[in-house]
Design a protein around this ligand. Structure first.
Ligand SMILES: C[S@@+](CC[C@H](N)C(=O)[O-])C[C@H]1O[C@@H](n2cnc3c(N)ncnc32)[C@H](O)[C@@H]1O
Length: 279
């Protein structure tokens, strides 16, 4: 039998030979997840024996990782704002930039929202996180993809959140007024899809492509949102990293009292926050 430390070493070498990036970190993550232990525990108890009954699953995970499947799809789990969300190939894997979208949005809100819309919800990570932060708010999560909504419903059930799920092409099937409309829509340019890493290429195209320019869906959201925002309501959108100035031009001063571009932790264009006029 091998020790945990030996297995970490061997898996790192296998991933390295297969040109998997960040082989050591990936090896540790894989072994921690399979053993249900933290990294600290793995490092502290490296001389413990690696259970033989876990070898089959370990080999299967290594194979899938080398084939280019993201670990979130292999383990059906992604961490988002400290919570685990069920994830599979029907939805985009939640990103740290989107965690930041939520944190920034909370600071921009002038009052606790009563009605929230998470447009393009995917796994539901945004809407569910907000439902847990604002338990008395009525939260609606919508997506054009029925299969993405199944994943979001599963996550909402895990967190016992009461959410209104609607299958809709943007606002088509939606009604009512929201204090907050938040969205991480698809925003990758059609032509840029081929430049994505093999792992990112595994995610649904529908979740990625924002049109020829990458901003088409965002433009539609900005045009349609005013009808669905309560007076003074906030629109918060995640955008592509070079699109800030272009997206700002989609706003009209007649309708919006303020619209601002903000940056992610890497200093790149990433978020637009816009308030609709009070009257
Ligand atoms: C970038 S993913 C975001 C998923 C999730 N909100 C997140 O941040 O991880 C975009 C989502 O928009 C959905 N979508 C694409 N086009 C849409 C449309 N026209 N109307 C509504 N949803 C759409 C996709 O199915 C996908 O789930």
């Amino acid at each position: 039998m091998k020790t945990v430390k030996q297995v970490v070493f061997e898996v790192t070498n296998i991933l390295n030979s297969a040109n998997v990036a960040e082989a050591a970190a990936n090896a540790e993550f894989i072994i921690c997840t399979i053993l249900g232990k933290s990294r600290t525990e793995i490092l502290a108890f490296g001389s413990a024996l690696f259970p033989t009954e876990k070898e089959e699953v370990l080999n299967s995970v290594i194979k899938q990782k080398i084939e280019g499947l993201p670990l979130e799809y292999i383990f059906n789990s992604a961490s988002f704002l400290g919570r685990k969300f069920y994830i599979d190939e029907r939805v985009l894997i939640p990103r740290p930039e989107t965690e930041e979208l939520i944190l920034k949005t909370q600071k921009k809100l002038k009052y606790a929202p009563k009605n929230i819309l998470d447009l393009c919800t995917g796994s539901g990570c945004i809407g569910i996180s907000l439902a847990l932060t604002y338990p008395s708010a009525q939260v609606t999560c919508s997506d054009i993809s029925a299969s993405a909504l199944e994943v979001a419903k599963q996550n909402a059930a895990t967190y016992k959140t009461k959410i209104n799920f609607i299958e809709s092409n943007l606002f088509t099937n939606l009604q009512g007024k929201f204090d907050l409309i938040i969205s991480n829509p698809p925003y990758i340019k059609e032509d840029d899809i081929k430049t994505l890493s093999p792992e990112v290429k595994q995610e649904p195209r529908l979740a990625q492509i924002g049109g020829k320019e990458g901003t088409e869906i965002i433009e539609k959201i900005i045009q349609a949102a005013p009808k669905f925002l309560a007076p003074g309501g906030l629109l918060a959108i995640e955008i592509g990293d070079k699109e800030g100035q272009k997206v700002l031009q989609f706003f009209s001063r007649d309708i919006w009292s303020n619209f601002i571009l903000e940056y992610d932790l890497a200093g790149l264009d990433r978020y637009i926050f816009a308030y609709i006029k009070e009257i």
